[in-house]
Design a protein around this ligand. Structure first.
Ligand code: PEP
Ligand code: MG
Length: 593
């Protein structure tokens, strides 16, 4: 009999790694796509506003119930849902919608849709993919209110009673957090990206997920057999027998390797020839500390502090920041917590309605540039950090430094913050290590001079690659050129590490480059001291470090430096380390070659 060749391969974005095979379950969310706009008479304005308010109240109550039922494993993410709860009453959504009903005398649905699109446009212009994806939060909150406005039912994932793979147009973090692992094997969505909270939750749950498939919900039928390869970002619909056998085997091997590597996550990251490395975790929220500890992280190497500044009408006050930083410092002590100061153009965070007018936001008034122009906002954060430093091993990290002068200016403000705390008699610690992110080529080139001014370097490869190769990190048209193994990037990193060694300061790496195992032989050969990454990447990286000899990696580096392209470099890595890397990772067909 001829083999059935009806299998369809869909390509999306890898949301969370792993492989699962099972029956599709289409989450039949009744989206509210068609909204009518109609005018209301002045005497009905009040009634319309009340109708809107009660839809918000029901939406909030629904979400509160979901938060109460969040399973233990996901508690660390309930902060995201709490944020959603706050967003329901946020000025840019709630306030704006009421404004529109009142001033334009239009129906609540239309007002909500309008307020939502204005709020989303504020995030659209932010170039950081993490912050950009926060517009999805607004959409999820707005969707829930809209459903209540038009009287549609919410999808209840916790009611699913068979073992399936979810297929949805989109899944909100609230819905994702209702996933019960014994029933849901994995999920796929038409929408969403790698930095969305939905995918962050999927990685925490450690179930395979593929996002951004565009039209999976139209192609896949309920109960069809599908294979989800979350590592490759692939979905295979109605697979042929051969494909099924192959993936079944791959999936078993993946699980065995993963279980083995996870069991070793608490072992130190000491290279095969005895060099110890510190492996830390990157976090955005205090809740993520659990994941860092569970995966064997030895500190927080990058605490991105933007979250508290987002989607709000005012900047957070010192006490709020202090409470958060202190909590993280205390939970991690005695391990280090490296707090990075604000890396955003704050105007984007507060003036919800006016998108920034910069033509090139990533080359604009961002991070330290913004902070130095707004010393009051900066000082508030610095005071909170110095105060938290009295409660743990806190270190300070300054983003987007492009020259020595910015470091000197920063110190001035740090000193002023410390002096004001001293005067007020508040507990604080000024005597903490202060480092800079090396993510702009000018900083890498000036590393030796900069090393005289700071206590450590942390290389941010996400931006360093973008600025060195002139590739917008969120522009998919040039994504094919984005490669940290470009010889120019490797040489710049070498220059930084060498400068650090000469001046006796440590060099860390906290960009994504540190979490991809294919880069490790080079990074160990270059002599970096520590790495920080997403918590889920820690066990795999520690595992590979234990298999590599630094002495050999240094010899290997000499060959690497002779290469003239990223492709040649990758080939060299595969030829020399292919076997070690393939044996040391969960995914034998990913990252290793
Ligand atoms: C980086 O640029 O590598 C980095 C870690 O910072 P972010 O991704 O937050 O810009
Ligand atoms: Mg950066």
């Amino acid at each position: 009999m001829p083999s059935d060749t009806t299998e369809i391969i869909l390509k999306g974005i890898s949301g969370a790694p792993g492989i699962c095979i099972g029956k599709a379950y289409l989450v039949d969310k009744e989206g509210v796509d068609v909204i009518e706009k109609y005018a209301i008479t002045p005497d009905l304005v009040k009634k319309e506003i009340n109708r809107f308010k009660s839809a918000v109240t029901i939406a909030r109550n629904e979400l509160s119930d979901i938060i109460k039922g969040v399973p233990e494993d996901l508690r660390q993410h309930s902060g995201i849902l709490e944020t959603h709860l706050l967003l329901h009453k946020d000025k840019m959504l709630y306030g704006k919608a009421i404004d529109l009903i009142e001033n334009e005398m239009i129906n609540a649905e239309w007002a909500l849709r309008e307020a939502t699109s204005q709020a989303k446009s504020m995030f659209k212009n932010i170039e950081d993919p993490y912050l950009k994806s926060r517009s999805a939060d607004i959409e999820h909150v707005s969707e829930r209110i809209m459903r209540n406005l038009v009287g549609r039912k919410d999808v209840n994932i916790s009611n699913i009673d068979k073992r399936v793979i979810l297929v949805a147009h989109t899944l909100s973090p609230a819905e994702t957090s209702q996933i019960q692992l014994e029933k849901i094997m994995g999920f796929i969505t038409d929408r969403g990206g790698k930095a969305s909270h939905t995918s962050i939750i999927a990685r925490t749950l450690e179930i395979p997920a593929v996002l951004g498939l565009d039209n999976a919900t139209q192609i896949i039928k309920n109960d069809s057999i599908i294979i989800v390869d979350g590592s490759q970002g692939i979905v295979i619909v109605d697979p042929e027998e051969e494909t099924l056998i192959r993936y079944d085997e791959l999936s078993k091997r993946y699980e065995t390797r993963k279980a083995h590597i996870l069991r070793t996550s608490d072992l130190p990251a000491t290279s095969a020839d005895g060099h110890p490395f510190t492996i830390m975790g990157n976090i955005e929220l205090p809740e993520e500390i659990v994941a860092v500890k569970d995966h064997g992280g030895e500190g927080i190497g990058l605490f991105r502090t933007e979250f508290l500044y987002l989607g709000r009408t005012h900047f957070p006050d010192e006490q709020e920041l202090f409470n958060q930083y202190r909590e993280v410092a205390e939970l991690m002590a005695p391990d280090p917590v490296i707090i990075r100061t604000l890396d955003i153009n704050g105007d984007k965070a507060i003036t919800a309605m006016s998108p920034p007018e910069e033509a090139n936001p990533s080359l604009g008034l961002r991070a330290i540039r913004f902070c130095l122009q707004k010393p009051d906002i900066f000082k508030t954060q610095l005071r909170a950090i110095l105060r938290a430093a009295a409660y743990g091993n806190v270190q300070l990290l300054i983003p987007m430094i492009s020259g020595c002068e910015e470091i000197r200016q920063t110190y001035k403000i740090i000193d002023e913050a410390a002096e004001s705390l001293e005067k007020e008699g508040l507990a604080y610690n000024r005597d903490i290590p202060i480092g800079i992110m090396i993510e702009i080529p000018s900083a890498a080139i000036m590393a030796e001079e900069m090393a005289d001014l700071v206590d450590f370097f942390s290389i941010g490869t996400n931006d360093l690659v973008q600025y060195t190769l002139a590739i917008d990190r969120v522009n998919r048209h040039v994504a094919y050129l984005y490669n940290p193994l470009h010889p120019a990037v490797i040489r710049l990193i070498k220059q930084v590490v060498d400068a650090g060694k000469k001046k006796k300061i440590k060099t860390f790496m906290c960009g994504e480059m540190a979490s991809e195992i294919i880069n490790l032989p080079i990074l160990l050969g270059l002599g970096l001291d520590a790495f920080s990454m997403a918590p889920q990447s820690i066990p795999g990286i520690k595992n590979i470090i234990r298999k590599i000899s630094v002495k050999e990696a240094k010899i290997f580096l000499k060959e690497v430096l002779k290469q003239t392209s990223a492709l040649d470099t990758m080939q060299l890595i595969t030829d020399t380390y292919g076997e070690i890397l393939a044996n040391g990772t969960y995914d034998e067909n990913k990252d290793s070659a």
